[in-house]
Ligand binder design. Structure first.
Ligand SMILES: Nc1ncnc2c1ncn2[C@@H]1O[C@H](COP(=O)(O)OP(=O)(O)O)[C@@H](O)[C@H]1O
Ligand SMILES: CC(C)(COP(=O)(O)O)[C@@H](O)C(=O)NCCC(=O)O
Length: 258
């Protein structure tokens, strides 16, 4: 018989990501819109069918959120309707060997979980790594010797492109897919694509350089988030973690239950 899985939920600023965590790995994943999350609470959308499971086959739901309270309330209502215990991960349950050095309690749980996922995948060792998440915001964080060192928050790719067209009289909204590094771009759309590409790439280069200087070692780069695949062409060598936040949530769930 298949052992019970846990449902993992990551409420972000653009989408809600769900995953089934079974025997130390993600067995299935799903990305929903915020509207679908509200529909789920109203009984008009069933994320479990989309994930290929049923509430009776789940032991609990583990969730994190950096989103609006109404989405958190919708998740709570939906879990109650399913008879599913909901555990909000509040950044205090950390795996053995991992330390959080961020000073502020306002740290986004998604940033910390993505860092935990990258650290776990890297072997939970002493190496330095940089984890970049290309979501609504672009966040670029560093882990060194199992210590989350913090990082940077910048507008995400879509936000940068949106703000240039919304905040000017003549600049077009350029598609995110057109980003390329070109310091001598010769058309307006290409110049925008090049400017945003360089800004995003600069965050990565800065984090890698700081990690190199601080540790004397070459840090590995991990990349995550909905816009990560599209950004791959403007990034240095990296490992793609398509579901870093969910993966991190699975790691903390397992370490809490040991
Ligand atoms: N197929 C896609 N569906 C949704 N968002 C996408 C897609 N491809 C790229 N994106 C970009 O990814 C971002 C959402 O990524 P995600 O990691 O879900 O963000 P968040 O965690 O902030 O909700 C959006 O800003 C969007 O621009
Ligand atoms: C930086 C973020 C907005 C990123 O959110 P996302 O793009 O993943 O939806 C989120 O992690 C957040 O609200 N952080 C709180 C501030 C902090 O991390 O210090």
């Amino acid at each position: 018989m298949t052992r019970a899985a846990s449902l993992l939920v990551d409420i972000g600023n653009s989408r809600v990501k769900l995953g089934l965590w079974r025997e130390g790995q993600l067995a299935a994943t799903l990305a929903c819109t915020h509207a679908q999350m509200m529909d789920a609470a109203a009984g008009q959308f069933d994320p479990l069918t989309a994930l290929g499971t049923a509430a009776g086959r789940l032991d609990a739901a583990w969730a994190v959120s950096v989103g609006h309270a109404r989405l958190n309330e919708a998740l709570q209502a939906w879990c109650s309707a399913q008879g599913l215990a909901l555990h909000w991960w509040l950044k205090d349950e950390l795996p053995a060997g991992f330390v959080n050095a961020y000073r502020a309690p306002t740290l986004g749980a998604d940033r910390l979980l993505a860092a935990i996922a990258a650290w776990a995948i890297a072997g939970r060792g002493n190496e330095a790594l940089v984890i970049a998440s290309f979501g609504t915001a672009t966040t670029v964080d560093t882990v060194a010797a199992g210590r989350y060192e913090g990082g940077m928050i910048a507008p995400g790719i879509a936000l940068m492109l949106d703000s240039l067209s919304a905040g000017t009289a003549h600049l077009p909204r350029v598609p995110a897919e057109s980003l390329q590094l070109d310091a001598r771009a010769k058309t307006t759309p290409e110049a925008i694509a090049a400017g945003v590409a360089a800004a995003q790439r600069g965050l990565i280069d800065q984090a890698l350089q700081a990690a190199r200087s601080a540790t004397g070692c070459e840090p590995n780069l991990y990349v995550s988030g909905g816009a990560a695949v599209g950004a791959a062409g403007i990034l240095p060598a990296h490992t793609l973690l398509p579901h870093a936040v969910l993966q991190g949530l699975g790691v903390v769930r397992d370490s809490a239950q040991r």
